[in-house]
Every structure is written in C-alpha cells, then in structure tokens.
Design a protein around this ligand. Sequence first.
Ligand SMILES: Nc1nc2c(ncn2[C@@H]2O[C@H](COP(=O)(O)OP(=O)(O)OP(=O)(O)O)[C@@H](O)[C@H]2O)c(=O)[nH]1
Ligand SMILES: [Mg+2]
Length: 208
Amino acid sequence: MDCHDCHQSCQPKRKNTGWKLFGFGSKRSVKNNFTHSSQTTIALVGSPNVGKSLLFNLLTGTYVTVSNYPGTTVEVSKGNTVIAGKKVTFLDTPGMYSLIPITEEESVARDLIMNEAVNLVIHVVDAKHLGRMLNLTLQLIEAQLPLLLVVNMIDEAQKLGIWVDENQLAYQLGIPVVTMAAAQKVGLKKLIAKVADYVQSTPLSVTY
Ligand SMILES: Nc1nc2c(ncn2[C@@H]2O[C@H](COP(=O)(O)OP(=O)(O)OP(=O)(O)O)[C@@H](O)[C@H]2O)c(=O)[nH]1
Ligand SMILES: [Mg+2]
C-alpha cells in the first residue's frame, strides 16, 4: 500500500496522537482507579479569565448542571456530551493560579482534579501571558495528571505580534497542545479531535 512518503509497500502509518507518544494511558490508569472507562471526565482548569467557561459552553451545549462543591460556596458546572461514541463529562472549575491554593476557589479547583475521578485535565492559558501561565502547566505535569494544554486567545496575541508554535510547545512540554481563539471557535475542531484521540486511546476495562 502506498501509505506515506517512502511509497513502499508497508503497514498504514499510525497517526501520532500525542497520547500514545507520551504515555498518558498508563498514567491515567494509576491515578483514577474508580473510573469506568466507558465514561470520561475532563476538567477545564486555569487562571481566571482565560476562557474556560466559554470553552465549556462550546463543548457541552445545553445539558449543564451547576452545584456548589461540597462544603463550600464555590460553584462547579458539569456538562455532558458524546465524543468518539463515548459519554464525556466536562467540569468547569474556578480560576486557579497554582496547585498550592490560597483562595477557596483554588482549593476547590485543586481538589477537583487531585481527588475526584477526573481522567483528563485541560489546562487553558492565555496566549498573551504564556510564560507566566506555564508555571501551572509544569505543576500539573509534575503531579502526573493526564494533560492537554489549550493556548487560547491567539486572536488577541496575534494582534500584539505574539505567535505560538503549538508543535514546538508540545514537543518541549511532552504533552498535546492546541492553539485556539475560543471566542471565534478557531481551533475547536482540533481540540475535539485531540479529546477523541484520548477517549479512543483508553482501554475498555474497569479497574479497582
Ligand atoms: N478575544 C477573545 N476573547 C475570549 C476568548 N476566549 C474567551 N474570551 C473572553 O474572555 C472573557 C473571559 O472568559 P471566561 O470563559 O469567562 O473565562 P474563565 O476562564 O471562565 O474565567 P473565570 O471563571 O473567572 O476563571 C470573556 O469575555 C470571553 O468572551 C478568545 O479566544 N478570544
Ligand atoms: Mg469561568
């Protein structure tokens, strides 16, 4: 089969999803041992005002519940959708700057991703302040959470002459990266495709 550059007869070239390349499947099975893998829970985290809620609304549509996180007055939104044939629940978390919490909102966001059955964390950052915001990305990587980085607001960044190379960033961080302008739905299909890659890469089994 003529499948890629070498034009030789061989197996079809496997799509590089990032998940398999950087071994996210194995980390997931260690951390989230109560979760049935036919359902995936994904938390959107990041600093205030980076576009988490806008992205959450784009991803989930109308079936959304809002409730206080137990023991707090902090609201957490939960919404369901179907991606790659599997039910996916998205959590919209309050803004946080660091995994070492100062505010109640940050405590809730930290507890949600560290203690709840979250399979994948999507860290949303503002492309205009990438250097500052990558601190939390590094903390999330160190915490061994399955992670996808969304560099949002590229429309505003580009007006300031800031261009982000998502492939280079993905290579340097060792995690999948998607650049987006969520307000214009730019990059949304790419993000959903990456989530689909993740959902499809998880095994069909229950671990105890
Ligand atoms: N120009 C531009 N504006 C955006 C983009 N994404 C989000 N915004 C705007 O940024 C503002 C903040 O968005 P939110 O979704 O509320 O941000 P958030 O991260 O949920 O903020 P907190 O809930 O406070 O943590 C809103 O006015 C959005 O419309 C983008 O890609 N480009
Ligand atoms: Mg919000």
